[in-house]
Design a protein around this ligand. Structure first.
Ligand code: 16G
Length: 240
């Protein structure tokens, strides 16, 4: 009912009319990100059209990535987030600038001696102390990414300094330059379970090395973003 009614006298094919209506409901967020659509048969009854028509309408919106289907669970409004990656921002800032509410579920927060891979990435000598933060990151309660950050212990006053935002906690030491590596992955079963998504879903693994103004490496972070929820958008220009 929130979505509307098929307009009387419209001569476009019914599936297109239904599609247009659903698209507009999604764009106006009358249907919220991650909301489940009613079963196809209910939609068919509600709009007095055949299930074939409903399916055709939904197929088009799935292709346009406005809806996603989850095996055994139904059809959902896609909860996509666009991130401009030409500038450095934190997850918390990204979400706030979109009017969405960030939230972290902490999986681990530990202090330890730097591992060889971390020492290399962070430019630390063996035996240095690091803090490790493992979180599931959410936007409006919808999982977006798994994040595993390692920072030199010397860059934070303590392990508890990070409550929600790592970059807030780093303060003047937050990165002003980052190197990022992107890699396509299939989530492991364990990751899929943590993110509450289908097994074998595709994702983006992002490795970030962040550098302070004076050139120290202040973070080595691996993130795994949901392929169905996150777009990375960059503006590229012809070199001067
Ligand atoms: C982003 C960064 C991550 C950084 C985090 C800080 C990417 C791919 N990753 O998620 O490296 O640690 O922001 O966010 O952009 P926070 O200040 O909200 O904890």
């Amino acid at each position: 009912d929130r979505v509307g009614r098929l307009p009387a006298g419209d001569t476009a094919p019914l599936y297109q009319q239904l599609q247009r209506m659903l698209r507009s409901a999604i764009e106006r967020q009358v249907l919220a990100p991650d909301e489940a659509l009613p079963p196809e048969r209910d939609l068919a009854n509600a709009y007095n059209v055949s299930r074939v028509t409903v399916r055709k309408a939904l197929d088009g919106l799935v292709d346009a990535r406005l809806l996603t289907r989850r095996q055994g669970a139904g059809t959902f409004v896609a909860a996509r987030v666009e991130k401009n990656f030409a500038t450095i921002s934190s997850f918390t800032e990204d979400m706030h600038s979109r009017g969405r509410v960030p939230h972290s579920e902490w999986l681990a927060r530990t202090e330890g001696t730097v591992a060889p891979e971390e020492a290399m990435a962070l430019g630390l000598s063996p035996g240095s102390q690091v803090y490790r933060f493992t979180r599931i990151r959410y936007a409006d309660g919808v999982s977006m990414a798994l994040e595993y950050a390692t920072v030199p212990a010397s860059s934070l006053p303590g392990l508890d300094a990070v409550t929600e935002s790592l970059y807030d906690a780093l303060g003047a030491d937050r990165p002003v330059r980052v190197l990022q590596r992107f890699r396509a992955v299939l989530f492991t079963d364990e990751q899929a379970e943590l993110l509450n998504i289908d097994r074998n879903s595709a994702g983006l693994e992002i490795e970030r090395r962040g550098y302070t103004q004076d050139g120290r490496t202040v973070e080595f972070t691996k993130s795994w973003y949901r392929g169905d929820a996150y777009d990375f958008v960059a503006e590229l220009n012809v070199p001067p």
